[in-house]
Design a binder for this molecule. Structure first.
Ligand code: SAH
Ligand code: SF4
Ligand code: F3S
Length: 474
């Protein structure tokens, strides 16, 4: 069996480094006051989950946490590389730290995550951002203590380049969870699919799964601690266990987790349509603890485009999966990702995507304008679509989906939904908000006692992106 885990010795060495950093950070001869750390997260849930570990390690190293970069003595930016815009955002944040560094002599700045898992971006940081002290990629998350130690102790800049052999599983890192009811649980890392447009396989390495017993123990502990909404994470969760270590697949894992006692929902992200099995569909629709929501990225409604995207399914296969899901649960929430303006996408092929939306009727989609990623095959393809045309297709896609989302939400009016209340809405402080098991946002008049609990809400009104209702007696 391939050793897919960092060795206990390596993990212990990092713990020792964390203790050494703690000694420095809490030494009042060096620092006259307690030090604060700020972890800034860009990108997907996987990055959010990683950041909770980075925060856990920062606490272990003697820092307190702050939400405000201006108040921080350690800033770590956990970056994303999925589209050009994500990288530009990261670089512009990093650019702002120059003046913070000038104002705070204690400040140490680190950059980690997907963007700096690419050689050319490591070089950019090295040469254009001299106030960045240390850099490490996704494979080296657990090395945060040793790299920070080097930066602090030797007062030199540290650029850690991960090799292929570094893409392993790091078990046992401390986690500082940012929610009291929602929790992320990574079940696997990396991606083997190499969709032609996507940078993820290059910045997250090959697929490797965590041990089933480690996942089960983590979920049990979360449930015991009152977590009510647990999302299993992976770039392609359907590949869980496929590396053949356990004789055990994602459907088996989900089934085992769904039988843990307690009042909670399980969710999972993301599934690749090529790997959805009948067994998985059965498990997802059978257990009440598995939330009735399936996120299944379609990307395009054209078979030719799907082929050049290297997605390994066609519309017929995708539609048959949707049919099977809806046959077992007609109310299941179905969401998707769509890319518009992929190289060579003709007007007719774009119309095929529109027809697919009208035909499938997703509850919601995340839509993206294709962004060329350096090093991916699609970036080298001819017929890159001009920006104005991409924008035009994007607007049309959004308009079509808006009508569909509204039509999908409207029949919920009059129904009572079990909503997990997140508290006062960030956008409108006069209302409370939460999500249905099908992952739809609901706004309602509430009170503080409802925060972090399930409440029954009768839906009074539907919009395309939200529901509005009234709390009814449980
Ligand atoms: N592993 C997940 C997706 C991760 S990225 C999956 O395969 O479903 C999330 C979404 O970003 C993708 O589904 C895709 O729609 C979009 N995306 C990825 N690369 C992109 C690119 N180069 N340009 C635009 N959108 C992209
Ligand atoms: Fe990217 Fe495709 Fe892997 Fe998803 S499955 S992360 S889109 S390569
Ligand atoms: Fe971005 Fe990396 Fe996630 S590229 S979308 S943060 S896996």
């Amino acid at each position: 069996m391939i050793n897919r885990f960092f060795s206990p010795e390596e993990m212990q060495a990092q713990k020792d480094c964390a203790a050494s950093v703690r000694k420095i950070v809490t030494d009042r001869d060096i620092y006259s006051r307690p030090l604060r750390a700020h972890v800034m997260t860009l990108g997907c849930q996987q990055n959010e989950a990683d950041s909770e570990k980075l925060e856990g390690m920062a606490l272990e190293m003697g820092y307190t946490l702050t939400d405000t970069p201006e108040k921080a003595d350690l800033i770590l930016v956990n970056t994303c590389a999925i589209r050009e815009h994500a990288e530009q955002r990261a670089l512009s944040f990093i650019g702002n730290f120059k003046k913070l560094k000038a104002a705070n002599p204690y400040l140490v700045v680190g950059v980690c995550g997907c963007m700096v898992s690419q050689e050319h971006r490591i070089n950019d940081i090295k040469h254009k951002y001299p106030y960045v002290d240390f850099v490490f990629g996704t494979a080296s998350l657990h090395r945060f203590p040793s790299l920070l130690y080097e930066a602090l102790k030797k007062k030199k800049r540290v650029f850690f380049h991960s090799g292929e052999e570094d893409y392993l599983v790091a078990e046992g890192l401390p986690i500082h969870r940012n929610g009291k009811t929602h929790a992320w649980v990574s079940i696997m890392y990396g991606c083997n699919n190499f969709c032609s447009y996507c940078i993820v396989p290059y910045v997250r390495g090959r697929e490797r799964s965590r041990r089933r017993e480690d996942i089960v123990a983590e979920v049990r502990e979360l449930v015991a601690n009152g977590y009510k909404d647990i999302t299993l994470l992976g770039q392609n969760v359907n590949s869980y266990g496929k590396d053949g270590q356990y004789g055990y697949d994602f459907a088996d894992l989900l089934e085992e987790l769904a039988q843990i006692d307690g009042d909670f929902y399980l969710r999972f992200m993301t599934s690749h349509p090529k790997d959805v099995t009948d067994k998985l569909i059965k498990v997802v629709t059978l257990y009440p603890k598995i939330a009735p929501h399936f996120h299944l990225p379609l990307q395009s409604g054209s078979d030719r485009v799907l082929r050049t995207m290297n997605r390994h399914y066609d519309m017929a296969k995708y539609l048959s999966t949707v049919e099977k899901l809806r046959a077992l649960n007609p109310d299941i929430t179905l969401t998707s990702d769509i890319i518009v303006g992929f190289p060579g996408e003709t007007q007719e092929e774009f119309e095929e995507t529109i027809s697919a939306l009208e035909n499938i009727r997703f509850d919601m989609i995340y839509s993206f304008i294709y962004s060329a990623r350096k090093g991916t095959p699609a970036a080298e393809m001819e017929d890159q679509i001009p920006r104005e045309e991409q924008n035009r297709r994007y607007s049309r896609l959004l308009a079509v989906q808006q009508d569909i989302s509204l039509a999908k939400n409207t029949p919920l009016v009059g129904r009572t939904e079990r909503v997990l209340c997140d508290g006062i809405s960030k956008n409108d402080p006069t209302v409370y908000c939460g999500r249905t098991p099908g992952n739809k946002i609901v706004f309602f008049a509430g009170d503080e006692s409802m925060t972090d609990s399930f409440v029954n809400v009768k839906i009074d009104r539907a919009e395309a992106f939200a529901l509005f209702g009234t709390v009814v007696k449980n």
